[in-house]
Every structure is written in C-alpha cells, then in structure tokens.
Design a protein. Structure first.
Length: 367
C-alpha cells in the first residue's frame, strides 16, 4: 500500500501536478512516519511547488534517516542556491559528486556557480524557473507527445555518448585539464583577502602574498600530479581569510583531483603531521602501514577497524586511527598491512575512508 502511494505521487510529479501529489502524500503522513522516501518525495514536491520552507523541513527529516542520498543532497543544494548562498550550495554539490561522481546535475550546477553565480542572475533564474534544471530530476513528462519526446531523447542520448568520449581531465600530450579559466582575476590578485572579518573566524590568517602564492602553488602542483599537495593548499585557503570567490574556485578545482593508487600517491603526510593540524590534511590520501585491531564486519557488509600506525614490527606505534571500508577488504589480522585511503572526519574525529589494502604474500612483510 505504501509503495503504491509513493509511486502514484511520483507519477503526478512527473506530470508536474505537484499540488495533487502533495495532497496525496499529506493524507498519508501517519503511515509514513520515519520513512526516508516519503520525506524525500515530499521535499522534492514542495521544492518544485515553490514551498521552500516545507521543502527544507522535509529534507531535514529525511537527512536524519539517511545523509548520503544524492537526490536529497541535490534538493538541499538547490535551496541554498535559490537563496544565493552559493558557498553552501557548492558544498552540497561537491558531496553529490563524492557519492555519485558521474552526476551531471551537480557538474552543471558547479559550472553555473563558477561562471554565472552572482545574486542577480540567480534571482532571475529562480523567477523564470531555470534553476529547476539543478533540482532533483523528475524524469520525462508523460503528457508530452511522443513526437516531441522521442527525438529529444535520441538527441540527448547521442550527445551524452559523444560527450563521454571526450577526455575531461587529460590531453593527448599527457597534461591535465587546462585550468586557465580558474586563474585569479586581477581584482582577486590585488585584494585576495576577505574584507569583513568581524562576523567570521578563520583558522589561518594569511597575507595577500601568502594567499596568491598558495593559489599559484595549487595550479603548479596540479599539473605536476601532486594531488595531496594540491589538497593541502586548498584546505589552507578554505580555512583562511581568503575571499569567497577564491574559495569557490579552489572548491571547484578539488573536483578535478584523482583517486591515487599505491604506485601513484605522492606527498603522503605522516600521522604526526595530521595529528598536529588535521584541518590542513583533510581529504588528502594516505598510504599508512601497521597492524589492525578491533575489526568489525557489519550486517550491511561494511567493515571497520583500528589501524595501529607504524606498528609493523611490533615495536612502536605512531598513532591509532579508525579505518572504514564499504566492503570487507579481507585483511589478515595477524600480519602487517598497508592501507590506502582518504582522510575524512566525523563528529570532529579523523578516520580513513579505505580504498585499497596491500599485504605481502610473505607473512609479516610489507612491499
């Protein structure tokens, strides 16, 4: 029964009959208590209907149940975008890219913020409905005639296939994406600091020269494929008194960084460096070795453990950090191990989001 009602609501929403969908959903509110899909669908319907307050409330209820659904993140990003809060919107779109790297809506929204995200343009696009292209997708409207829909779908699919064949980050000569479009403007070079410091606090207070040098280093390290070094400078600027437009540029640039392998990773921070200044190394990748303890395999298949960093030989421990994998990495617990993963944070505590492990065939040896 519950699934039938949700499916019917989606049908009305695809036909852009949002009031009908909302009436249907509201009448069944008592049935759907603590149901993620219900709050998500309600929020999306309210968003398209223009009831931003109710959309916000429903998305917040949904987020308490499940935080990483790309549709939910798109909806919350759209609300901040409508308000002109491009900094917060960009954070949510980057989260979408984290959980759904191929999400085209997030990619298009980031590009819009970068090129046309001034408040006046956002207001005009919101007023004309053009911002809806960045909302959670509804699918094709079945009320449109097949003679219009079929050619459009064929054209879109053809464009997507052609676009997928175009290299995005690399050129034929081995160089990475051209970042000319992300260079600092003359105004940003002249005055790169945030002017109003009274209502904000920053971890790093940088001079004009330090901000521009840090940004220059980002572009240099990026072309040298030193992505960890890039991430460190990005974190420095994001937590500094650099002006908002510069922070938006480095946030966009962060989407071009690649996931390293054991062979390609560079500029790996030590545990001591991370422990001393966590904010500077957040989202960097590490290749740390040691032994594990307290391994747990959850019912959903996810795996977590604690890595005793540097404890390969059993003589000393540099530090202890939690490691999480989406799936069981099959670590042999009585042998030393190398873990490759991204430094992440939850409840102000650092952990490694694991990507790969390596254990030598010879017991106790690490390559």
């Amino acid at each position: 029964m519950a699934q039938d009602v949700l499916s019917l609501a989606w049908k009305y929403m695809r036909r852009r009959k949002f009031s009908t969908a909302l009436n249907l959903l509201e009448a069944r509110a008592d049935v759907y208590e603590d149901d993620f899909e219900y709050y998500l669908v309600m929020g999306i319907a309210c968003l398209y209907a223009g009831d931003i307050g109710s959309a916000t409330s429903n998305f917040q209820y949904a987020r308490r149940i499940k935080m990483t659904d790309p549709r939910l993140l798109l909806g919350q990003a759209a609300i901040f975008l409508r308000r002109g809060d491009t900094d917060r919107a960009l954070q949510y779109y980057l989260e979408v890219r984290e959980y759904d790297p191929g999400n085209q809506i997030a990619t298009d929204a980031i590009e819009f913020i970068r090129t046309r995200g001034d408040f006046d343009t956002i207001c005009r696009w919101a007023d004309t409905g053009r911002l809806e292209q960045f909302y959670p997708p509804l699918g094709l409207n079945p009320d449109r005639t097949a003679s219009i829909v079929i050619p459009v779908v064929a054209l879109v699919l053809g464009c997507l296939v052609a676009f997928s064949l175009i290299p995005r980050n690399n050129y034929a000569d081995g160089k990475r994406k051209d970042l000319t479009e992300l260079t600092l403007s003359k105004e940003e070079e002249k005055a790169p600091q945030e002017t109003d410091l009274s209502s904000q606090s920053f971890k790093y207070i940088l001079t004009n020269k330090q901000i521009t040098e840090s940004y220059s280093n980002i572009l240099m390290y990026f072309q040298a494929r030193r992505d960890n070094a890039v991430q460190v400078e990005i974190n420095r600027l994001l937590n500094s008194n650099a002006k908002l437009s510069i922070k938006q540029k480095v946030s966009i640039l962060m989407t071009y960084l690649e996931t390293p392998t054991f062979d390609s990773i560079t500029d790996v921070p030590t545990y001591a460096q991370v422990d001393a200044d966590t904010a500077l190394y957040l989202d960097c990748y590490v290749d740390w070795s040691g032994r594990i303890s307290d391994a747990i395999l959850a019912e959903d298949g996810s795996y977590s453990c604690r890595l005793l960093v540097g404890y390969d030989s059993g003589e000393k421990i540099d530090g202890i950090v939690t490691v999480k994998f989406d799936r069981d990495p099959k670590i042999v617990t009585d042998q030393s191990v190398r873990i490759l993963g991204k430094l992440s944070q939850e409840d102000k505590k650092i952990y490694i989001q694991g990507k790969a492990v390596y254990q030598s065939v010879k017991e106790g040896l690490i390559q």
